[in-house]
Design a protein around this ligand. Structure first.
Ligand code: PEP
Length: 249
């Protein structure tokens, strides 16, 4: 399986931020893993044009999409629009959207279905809060989110699952390697149980304070097929070091 280093720029980046992509492409012209950047929607088209100019293999993704293909939904963006702008992937159900916009598992699943129907790979995010982990409910929570958010017929070409403990995002804190391994093994077992042996090829990303200093240790864990990276994806040096660690894993 080809692993995936995905960068989520969140609500960061004006046009000048694309210089970081040029630096990343120059430093890592032929990585041994897929490299994806999910800029804010305003930059998807410009990034797509830049990637062509750079003759780079870097992939482009959106950070969210509406479940409907078009209509009266001011401010929203459809999967078809992302695809039209040059995206091949889209993040759905990021914990910041679940929290800020009260997105439910059913809505996340509908977004993932919309993405797949438009030919995009949906990166479905799940993860427990700190209170849920402290209460010993981590596996219950992520199993529920996995069952509710991942659409029927999920396959390696259409769905990526990102395990992102909410309390690890942007905090500099991470679960222990054993804790990450426990969740990823459980998610893998659930996916195979639901979708059959082919689901062993669905990529499981870890996300939450991945940085150059901890990347190699996390990527060495079983069933960790890459990372969803927030803060450290904004700088070419940091993201490049993570790409290098994943390429070497
Ligand atoms: C994220 O936003 O998905 C994320 C993992 O952020 P960070 O790497 O900054 O913790």
């Amino acid at each position: 399986m080809r692993k995936l280093a995905a960068g989520n720029w969140k609500m960061n980046g004006l046009a000048s931020q694309l210089d970081e992509v040029a630096a990343l492409a120059a430093a890592h012209p032929d990585p041994a893993c897929d490299v994806l950047i999910c800029p804010p929607a305003t930059l998807v088209d410009r990034l797509a044009r830049k990637i062509v100019l750079l003759d780079s293999t870097i992939l482009i993704g959106g950070q969210d999409c509406h479940p409907k293909p078009s209509g009266a939904h001011t401010g929203d963006i459809s999967a078809a629009m992302l695809r039209d702008a040059g995206a091949t992937h889209v993040i759905v159900g990021h914990s910041e959207r679940r929290a800020d916009h009260a997105e439910t598992d059913a809505q996340v699943r509908a977004k993932a279905e919309a993405a797949v129907s438009q030919g995009l790979v949906a990166i479905v995010c799940i993860g427990e809060t700190e209170a849920e982990r402290d209460a010993g409910r981590t596996l219950d929570v992520v199993r529920g989110q996995l069952a509710g958010s991942v659409p029927a017929g999920a396959a390696p070409e259409t769905i990526v699952v990102a395990y992102e403990p909410v309390w690890a995002i942007g905090t500099g804190r991470t679960p222990t390697p054993a804790e990450i391994a426990e969740v990823h093994a459980d998610l893998r077992a659930r996916l195979v149980q639901r979708f059959g042996p082919g689901a062993s090829g669905i990529r499981l990303l870890y996300g939450g304070s991945v940085k150059p200093s901890n990347a190699a240790e996390i990527f060495a864990l079983p069933h960790v097929d890459g990372a969803l990276v927030g803060g450290a994806s904004l700088k070419a040096d940091d993201f490049g070091a993570i790409v290098a660690a994943l390429s070497a894993a």
